[in-house]
Design a protein around this ligand. Structure first.
Ligand code: NOJ
Length: 537
């Protein structure tokens, strides 16, 4: 892959906005669409190309919007459909694409479809959800577990059957073997595509189809104490069924009806199974999210191995992508530490493929500990005390040093990080050596250097804490050297090339420093090295 691709979603940098926590415009302590609009110039200046909004649709908020009661509206908490149109228009005017979260696996139990479905066994929408008779002893139909604790089956007393919910019992799963369900969701997609959205991030796409016979899942032989209870069984029959690929291809056909749009899939699977979601002839998702960096051990060899495995597993012509954080996982700055968060940023923005940033990672936001009375996440409430809570990575964006960090004029729905008075956009922007300045420099370089976007990825042998690779395009290579450890390290390899110089260090110094065959790195330092007099772009 040596040529520069033209698709915006391949060239671009994606940024996840968690709307509740980005910018509040009406002083209710919760972010909203009008707030996001006011922050678009910030995203444009940062160099972002596309924003993905977590759900903004009407919802009882049992799972903060991932329980939708109306797929084609906007929850009043976030604004109105007019606000949404204004957001798309304003984003597009600034050259930013808008990606919506599509949650097709389950609705809210307050969705009119489910209210109808549960009303009687012979309701026309009964088959839109997954209803099963109790076992002879009255128990749940099988051993499947909810990801948020307990059985995945809830008995409806009125009609005497159980319904399946992979998550909360307020989130009943739709029956994706039912053609009407498929068409209803495809129409939802068309509704938003007509409004100008540029694509979808599809929630738990690998969950959509379940085993037709609802067989029991096998036990997980690798389960370890302290892990959430649903991990005691594997999801062999409840997720990643062969027929799901037909659904993904159908969704892709819907987005393709509208030209250059993108279909992104949320998928937590081993790399080999993940890449199947590109589909036959790449007619599936253009970007099955690659979450390998979210759970890897942060060591040079582990990361090197993941990159190699992913590059090798990609089907011919499939476009890679990388993610460092999202609203379900601990913040990267807390996972790897503040010093390594800079190295992680350089990794994310120099790997082959589309990077997706999580809001606030560019200012080094870290996990915020929640006191018991501050916990909002239903996962933590249902499965307390083992650290599954997701509130800590969803705290308000830190814009400035004013009392509520510029996020709101009243108390935010989740507490702010205690260090926001100096760790905020205004302060970090004024500091030439801050992580925000590093993100800007990295994004700037990525926009100038074709090597960093579509250049070939060439691993280089390295030891210890060093991760080394080249990115080559148009006959020109860059070397990326990342020190994943705290001790200094040096690279004596002449393969770096004589007459090279440092284009960027994660410390934001050493610019244009010449490298004559030996390259010394400080602890926690990453550098991008290119030929001297290298003419960018
Ligand atoms: C995946 C979403 O990312 C997560 O936040 C949500 O809780 C589950 N899907 C259930 O919708």
């Amino acid at each position: 892959m040596d040529q520069i691709s033209n698709s915006w979603w391949q060239n671009g940098i994606f940024y996840q906005v968690y709307p509740r926590s980005f910018q509040d415009s009406n002083a209710d302590g919760v972010g909203d669409l009008a707030g996001i609009i006011t922050r678009l110039p910030y995203l444009q200046e940062l160099g972002i190309d596309a924003i993905w909004l977590s759900p903004v649709f009407p919802s009882p908020m049992a799972d903060f919007g991932y329980d939708i009661s109306d797929y084609t509206g906007i929850d009043p908490l976030f604004g109105t459909l007019e606000d949404f149109d204004a957001l798309v228009e304003a984003a597009h005017a600034l050259g930013l694409k808008v990606i919506l979260d599509l949650v097709p696996n389950h609705t809210s139990d307050q969705h009119p479809w489910f209210i109808e479905s549960r009303s009687s066994r012979d309701n026309p929408k009964r088959d839109w959800y997954l209803w099963r008779d109790p076992k002879p002893d009255g128990g749940a139909p099988n051993n499947w577990l909810s990801e948020f604790g307990g059985s995945a089956w809830t008995l409806d007393d009125e009609t005497g059957q159980y319904y399946y919910h992979a998550f909360l019992n307020q989130q009943p799963d739709l029956n994706w073997r039912n053609r009407e369900v498929r068409e209803a969701i495809y129409d939802v997609m068309r509704f938003w595509l007509r409004k100008g959205v540029d694509g979808f991030r599809v929630d738990v796409i690998w969950h959509l189809i379940k085993d037709a016979q609802f067989r029991d899942n096998p036990p997980n032989p690798y389960y370890s104490e302290g892990r959430p209870p649903h991990e005691t069984i594997l999801t062999q029959y409840s997720t990643d069924q062969p027929e799901v690929h037909e659904v993904v291809a159908e969704m892709r056909r819907v987005t393709d009806e509208f030209g250059s749009r993108v279909l992104i899939g949320e998928i937590y699977l081993p790399l080999q199974r993940l890449v199947a979601y590109y589909g036959n002839d790449l007619a599936g998702a253009q970007m099955p999210f690659n979450f390998a960096l979210l759970s890897t051990l942060w060591s040079a060899r582990s990361v090197e191995k993941i990159i190699a495995e992913y590059e090798a597993a990609l089907p011919h012509g499939a476009w890679p992508n990388w993610v460092l954080g999202n609203h379900d996982r601990p913040r990267v700055a807390s996972r790897v530490g503040q010093a390594q968060a800079r190295v992680a940023a350089m990794l994310l923005l120099t790997l082959r493929g589309t990077p997706t940033l999580y809001y606030g990672d560019e200012i080094g936001m870290h996990q915020v500990a929640m006191a018991p009375d501050q916990v909002r996440d239903p996962f933590e409430k249902n499965v307390p005390g083992i650290g599954v809570g997701r509130d800590g990575c969803r705290t308000p964006m830190q814009w400035d040093a004013t009392p509520h960090a510029g996020f709101s004029t009243s108390t935010p729905w989740l507490p702010l990080a205690s260090d926001f008075a100096h760790e905020n956009v205004i302060d970090l922007d004024a500091d030439d050596h801050s992580i925000l300045s590093l993100y800007k420099a990295l994004i700037g370089l990525r926009k100038q250097l074709p090597q960093l976007v579509a250049g070939a990825y060439e691993p280089m042998a390295a030891q210890g804490d060093l991760l080394l690779y080249r990115r080559r395009a148009e006959g020109e290579a860059l070397v990326i050297a990342l020190n994943l450890g705290a001790e200094p390290a040096s690279i004596t390899s002449s393969s770096i090339g004589f007459g090279s110089e440092i284009l960027l260090s994660t410390f934001l110094d050493r610019k244009r420093e010449r490298v004559e065959g030996i390259l010394n790195l400080r602890g926690n330092e990453g550098v991008i090295v290119g030929r001297s007099n290298f003419q960018a772009g």
